[in-house]
Write a protein that binds this ligand. Structure first.
Ligand SMILES: [Zn+2]
Length: 318
């Protein structure tokens, strides 16, 4: 009998839900904006949509093996969200209990980028490589490391937070309190915030017009970069240098065979990876660079969803 799982990818801006079969095909998907009005509303929305999905599965005689949830933030081994990232009030929530009580199904809760990494490992490379890294560049920057077939979690589940690698110890203060984290330069939010800050510092009439007339997000900054607007060139050059520097560190520390770049900021702008590769190969200071494959995720916007839905099938990576 064919088996199915339900995957839920909870991010700062959207929640993506899907039913996946054991061949990793996504059968049904549903996308809702992440409620910003507190954890109770988010939980209610999540449960209502989940009930609808279970009804669909029931109507179509699908046997649901379990539910996998990927969520931005620190997740304990017991499925407790200790610290949510990018979602206000999303902390100290026993999500495992909340979901298993209403569904009576096996439930897995995992950090979103760890889940995504597991998806790339099982579905993407089909366990053929033992050392891979995922760097997810979206609203924030997250990471996942599989070393010798095992997902690196650290002593309390906070391992693999690659977005907080310091790339400039005198840099701007990150949300985590540290200075010059990769996330401050390379995330969608970071790029937009750096752009607003540079335009405001340089107090010209043109900059006032840009600040007043445009919604400044990473795509807008990339457009201005290609139009050679000086502030955008500075912000994007910093982003590319930060990503190149962090990639070098990851290669030296973990000696991976593949680094997969996921997340909407980079998968929707493939030129970013080309620029990183150009800088890496030109610098000529990373040993055995040619043995490391650098590529974007083939799953694009579904990478987190596939990773979450993979949880009921995972074996050794936990
Ligand atoms: Zn940080």
């Amino acid at each position: 009998m064919e088996e199915y799982s339900i995957g839920i990818d909870i991010g700062g801006t959207k929640i993506l839900m899907g039913i996946m079969n054991d061949k990793a095909d996504i059968i049904h998907t549903h996308r809702i904006p992440t409620p910003k009005s507190g954890k109770d509303n988010l939980l209610r929305e999540l449960k209502e949509n989940l009930k609808e999905f279970l009804q669909i599965a029931d109507n179509e005689n699908m046997h649901i093996k379990g539910i996998g949830i990927g969520v931005a933030g620190v997740v304990s081994a017991e499925g407790m969200i200790l610290k949510g990232a990018n979602i206000p009030g999303w902390r100290n929530i026993n999500l495992y209990k909340e979901i298993s009580t209403i569904t009576h199904l096996p439930v897995w809760i995992e950090n979103d980028v760890n889940a995504l990494t597991i998806g790339e490992y099982y579905v993407g490379i089909k366990e053929k490589e033992k050392d891979i890294i995922c760097l997810s560049i979206g609203t924030g920057v997250g990471g996942g490391v599989i070393s010798n077939h095992v997902l690196l979690k650290g002593s309390n589940g906070e391992g693999g937070e690659l977005g907080h690698i310091t790339v400039n110890f005198n840099g701007p203060v990150c949300k985590c309190g540290n200075k010059g984290c990769l996330e401050t330069y390379a995330s969608g939010n970071g790029v937009a915030e750096r752009m607003v800050s540079l335009l405001s510092e340089n107090n010209t009439a043109t900059n006032h017009h840009l600040l007043d007339s445009y919604e400044i997000n990473s795509l807008q900054v990339f457009k201005w970069y290609h139009e050679k607007l000086p502030e955008a060139v500075t912000v994007v050059e910093e982003m590319l240098s930060a990503l190149t520097s962090a990639t070098k560190s990851l290669i030296r520390i973990f000696n991976p065979t593949t680094i997969i770049f996921a997340g909407g900021v980079i998968t929707n702008s493939e030129w970013i990876l080309k620029e990183i590769k150009y800088r890496l190969y030109s610098s000529n200071d990373v040993p055995n660079l040619e043995q490391v494959q650098l590529r974007t995720s083939p799953f694009k916007d579904n990478a987190g969803l596939i990773g979450a839905a993979c949880q009921p099938w995972k074996k050794t990576t936990n």
